[in-house]
Design a protein around this ligand. Sequence first.
Ligand SMILES: *[C@@H]1O[C@H](CO)[C@@H](O)[C@H](O)[C@H]1NC(C)=O
Ligand SMILES: [Zn+2]
Length: 466
Amino acid sequence: MKWEIFTVALLLSSRVASFQVPFKLSSLFSNSAPQQQQRHYTAAAPDELPIDLLQYKEDIVIRISYANDEKLKKYILGANDISYSKWGRNNRLQTIDLQINADNLIRLLEEFPALQYEMMIDDLPQAIYETYPVDKQQAIAQDVDFHTTTEFFFREYRDLSTIDSWLNLLQATYPDVIKVEEIGQTFEHRKYNVVHFSVPSEDIDHQDKKTLVITGGVHAREWISVSSTLYVIYELIQLYESFPNSKVLTKLDFLFIPVSNPDGYEYTWTTDRLWRKNRQQTPVPNCFGIDIDHSYDYHWTKSSDWACGEEYSGETPFEAFESRIWDNYLNETNAHHVISGYIDLHSYSQEILYPYAYSCNQQPRDEENLLELAYGIARSIRLQSGQSYQVLPACIDKDADLLPDLGSGTSLDFMYHNRAYWAYQLKLRDTGGHGFLLPSKYIVPVGNEIFAAIKYFCSFILSDDR
Ligand SMILES: *[C@@H]1O[C@H](CO)[C@@H](O)[C@H](O)[C@H]1NC(C)=O
Ligand SMILES: [Zn+2]
């Protein structure tokens, strides 16, 4: 951490009368492995850079503690006129991570002089730079060996066209099992694809199989959720090759949406790595994007965030193209009759969230069982990788009791209430050292722990007749 530089910059600012440096770069970040050596972005020629990195030059990411300070918490989570971007939250530690520039941090400190914070990312453009691939793997040819290509594929995060070509190769290699289906088009006319994974079996009719739905990439910048969804598909294919008659495969169907926000995802590769929403037009001319996860029609309320904000819900439920496509698909296919489980992958903070998100006053219908499965998932992750994932109700994570609109309109609530028996939102690694900018060396370890979680999920729902 380059503390000195940052501190000096702040001390030089005439607006700081007295400034206390809140040290305590504690054990919080101790489980983040050392960074791979990579050159600094300022040493690269501008046309070698994936996007304009100087747009982040003024910003840092800090962790603020709001312990025992409801006023501060409400101020930071709600609408105010200091500009920053909310990253992750940790309810247990009572912290929130903010991306903010020095001027706005000073304004925040003026408002809350006793504010406690720690530096999380002091060189944001560099942390962003390091998440883009060193080895570009463009447009995978369709006549290459699937396994060799795939090993390479998971070394780095991949852009939309590379992901599409990998999925095509997957389908071409396993035509009996994999079917990629376009179920709609986004605002920017990209394909909205779902991936069916269904092993034909003699004794069970396809219609009678339970379906597990796994989605990633709802929030564009949460790249690890995209790679993990793809990795689970790959692990299932390997299971199929070794044990084609395993119960998980013969009794269950899978439906994956690896990139649930194609326009937003593409935008993170071409323009802004930290974009969250989709990219559709809003009532405000220069503001784009609806937060898809605030768009579902179950206890939907309009967000207090304005159209330019990162949690903008749209003006009406299902206004986001992607949520509407999905709802329409479920209506038309009747697929929901057999959806047993729904798992929506996000990042970061290592949490397993169960319904409801919109309010802590509504009990889920089967809380004991939901908890039992959630703790089983957490345990299977810990046995796989040693990582701990916290289990909690989504309303707590979203602070819906503090500001109700923060937890409304989620796909978690909608799917749980209307469509799926079991539903969870999983927030993947890490707990804050890298946040949304988890280095690519974690793609495989996180993929493995999430596959362990899915395997557990499968055996749980197969173990009885729910
Ligand atoms: C799906 O069906 C529900 C219930 O009939 C309806 O309210 C909703 O508008 C439908 N969704 C779409 C996208 O047509
Ligand atoms: Zn998310």
